[in-house]
Design a protein around this ligand. Structure first.
Ligand code: NDP
Ligand code: MG
Length: 334
């Protein structure tokens, strides 16, 4: 089964004409989508709480941010671009009471709709338009004349008119320049969580941590371990990005390629595959979502403790020191 992909000619911005779009949250996605839509000629208002850097940022971009309730009341299309873990509470208190039949309720990640934290009232369609990249890239690519590819998905029972609105919205943020893939809210949510848990965030971080620790425990210098197991990862991932596994293997030495074929399968074993299946089923049956929602209700103690601990890992300390000495790296600190 190949995916349906939409481009510029499949989308018509006139479906957003005479509509007011409320962007709720002026963070990573909010600041990017709001500005792109405005530059595409759409009528955009911002719902953003006062007293934060994001409020000031919106003002500095010539928006007049208003409280979330007010922005929802004034809008035809409402896009919730708040952190996933706060969306349920903000939705119940400040969004739901102000939605009207005919409104379209949007998001850029299906977590809350899929797991029942955001339930639209009757007469309101849900719609997902999800850029496949961080907000700063959504903005910078658009400004350059490009666009970050997006996903589009309709909520249960949404009309074809809502799909037209979604495609127009995707065009307004630059997505149809890169390509917009049709999916479902379930597929977007489940594959997104799986990818970040198993490969992009969880899998890669643990792989790097374990490999670094193995070398250091064996008496090798931590600086060497850092370069081998962390720094060089970027060079390899860039080759994946440009030409897939084959191009990476073409580019590295034959020795590295032979080690890849013969040793890689000893790291990712049948046990690892079984764990992947288990993690996928915890995503599908809602166990992960419940755990994360409860963790947040409790003030996220375990989450914050782990974050603190991992910031102090030797891997992180060595890395901070080495990156400072590589003047060409635009090094970042949190
Ligand atoms: P950010 O954390 O960057 O921004 C969140 C915004 O919500 C800020 O403006 C923040 O304002 C506001 N906010 C936070 N907490 C509250 C609250 N309790 N009440 C009211 N406003 C609040 O979020 P992202 O842009 O990263 O994520 C938004 C959505 O986009 C999520 O669904 C995410 O999954 C999705 N997404 C994100 C991507 C990314 O790369 N970041 C990629 C694709 C999708 P304040 O400054 O006041 O805290
Ligand atoms: Mg993702």
């Amino acid at each position: 089964m190949t995916a349906k992909i939409y481009y510029d000619n499949d989308a018509d911005l006139s479906h957003l004409k005479d509509k007011t779009i409320a962007i709720l949250g002026y963070g990573s996605q909010g600041h990017a989508q709001a500005q792109n839509l405005r530059d595409s000629g759409c009528n955009v208002i911002i719902g953003q709480r006062e007293g934060s850097a994001n409020y000031d940022l919106a003002v500095s971009h010539n928006f007049e941010p208003q409280p979330v309730d007010q922005a929802v009341s004034a809008a035809d299309i409402v896009n919730i671009l708040l952190p996933d873990e706060v969306q349920g509470d903000v939705y119940r208190a400040h969004i739901l009471p102000h939605l009207k039949p005919g409104n379209v309720l949007m998001c850029s990640h299906g977590f809350n709709i899929h797991f029942g934290q955001v339930e639209p009232p009757s007469g309101v369609d849900t719609l997902l338009v999800a850029p496949k990249g961080p907000g700063h890239l959504v903005r910078s690519e658009y400004v350059k004349g490009g666009g970050v590819p997006c996903l589009i998905a309709l909520g249960d029972g949404a009309s074809d008119g809502t799909r037209q609105i979604g495609l127009a919205y995707a065009k307004g943020i630059g997505g149809t320049r890169g390509g917009v893939i049709e999916t479902t809210i379930a597929e977007e949510t489940e594959t997104d969580l799986f990818g970040e848990q198993v490969v992009l965030c969880g899998g890669v971080s643990e792989l790097v941590k374990a490999a670094f620790q193995t070398l250091v425990e064996a008496g090798y210098q931590p600086e060497m371990a850092y370069f081998e197991c962390m720094h060089e990862l970027k060079l390899i991932v860039d080759l994946f990005y440009e030409g897939g596994l084959s191009y990476m293997r073409y580019s590295v030495s034959n020795t590295a390629e032979y080690g890849d074929y013969t040793r890689g399968p000893r790291i990712i074993t049948d046990d690892t595959r079984a764990a992947m299946k288990q993690i996928l089923s915890e995503i599908q049956n809602g166990q992960f979502a419940r755990e994360w929602i409860l963790e947040n209700r409790a003030g996220a103690p375990a989450f914050k403790a782990t974050r603190r601990q991992d910031r102090e890992l030797e891997l992180e300390q060595v890395g901070r020191r080495l990156r400072k000495l590589m003047s060409w790296i635009d090094s970042k600190e949190v």
